[in-house]
Design a protein around this ligand. Structure first.
Ligand SMILES: NC(=O)c1ccc[n+]([C@@H]2O[C@H](COP(=O)([O-])OP(=O)(O)OC[C@H]3O[C@@H](n4cnc5c(N)ncnc54)[C@H](OP(=O)(O)O)[C@@H]3O)[C@@H](O)[C@H]2O)c1
Length: 252
């Protein structure tokens, strides 16, 4: 078992009240990181907090699809922890929306949380004193949906593809100040998000998703392990990359 991969790292994890973000917060704390947990639901953030290893972790609840709330989270993080070593931006939403059903508000909702927050997290991070000048790692959770077509999730797919483009440009722009920027693209991971999706599918459609993952569906911890590598010094020469963690889904 790997130990102490993230000793003394100060990390902000968004989406820490559920699923993948929750698993990342738990695993990072086991590896020695001090974590700020972000999400909207304070009760569920408190539940995650209780599961962390070590001391000094804190929560902050806000709706980071709104720029003022996101700024408040970032100010709180720097005021509490000082310069950050890493941010794992996991918060996101998925909606099944056939083209004929999409309304402007739904498009905006998906892009505000999945893309706009990612852009402004980077902007608020790059200010002087807010990131570790010896090395800082910004990680966005994209999806295989960014490059593998699936019907009725075109807005979600577009938002996840946007994250990959965003990270590649930022990786070049921020390299000179020692901030690395990478994305992780998970396949289907068993979380609340996927439970919601399952309810909208027939048994046949769901079985097809299972078949499309040669190694079966993922667990949140599978993504937490990939995120820990990208947040650690082991990946010091890795930036602008998209790490696919999908049980073989995108090999088809
Ligand atoms: N599960 C999968 O199969 C899968 C596959 C590929 C990519 N992903 C990506 O992985 C990330 C996490 O997914 P998940 O499956 O863990 O989903 P989840 O269990 O539904 O968790 C989503 C998280 O995002 C937070 N969030 C959503 N809207 C927010 C907002 N406006 N402000 C602040 N926080 C917000 C939620 O917190 P609150 O509810 O407390 O606000 C929650 O903690 C997402 O970006 C998703 O697109 C998931």
């Amino acid at each position: 078992m790997i130990e102490n991969l993230l000793t003394a790292k100060k990390v902000l994890v968004t989406g820490a009240s559920s699923g993948i973000g929750k698993a990342i917060a738990i695993f990072f704390s086991q590896q020695g990181a001090q974590v700020i947990l972000s999400g909207r639901n304070k009760e569920r953030l408190d539940e995650t907090l209780k599961l962390l290893t070590g001391d000094g972790h804190i929560i902050f609840s806000s709706d980071i699809s709104k720029i003022d709330d996101l700024k408040a989270l970032m100010d709180f993080s720097f005021n509490s922890f000082g310069a950050l070593d890493s941010i794992v931006h996991c918060a996101g939403i998925q909606k099944t929306l056939p083209l004929q059903a999409i309304k402007e508000q739904q498009f905006d909702d998906i892009f505000n949380i999945n893309v706009k927050s990612a852009q402004f997290i980077a902007k608020f991070l790059r200010r002087k004193g807010r990131y570790n000048v010896n090395g800082c790692s910004l990680i966005y959770i994209s999806s295989v949906a960014a490059f593998c077509g699936e019907p009725a999730i075109s807005t979600y797919c577009a938002s996840k593809a946007a994250l990959i483009g965003l990270s590649k440009s930022l990786a070049v722009e921020l390299a000179k100040i020692n901030i690395r920027v990478n994305t992780i693209s998970p396949g289907v991971v068993q979380t609340n998000m996927v439970d919601g999706l399952k309810q909208q599918l027939s048994e046949e459609q769901y079985n097809q998703i299972l078949l499309n993952h040669p190694l079966g569906l993922g667990r949140p911890e599978d993504i937490a392990h990939a995120a820990a590598y990208l947040a650690s010094d082991l990946s010091r020469w890795v930036t602008g990359s998209n790490l696919i963690v999908d049980g073989g889904y995108s090999t088809h």
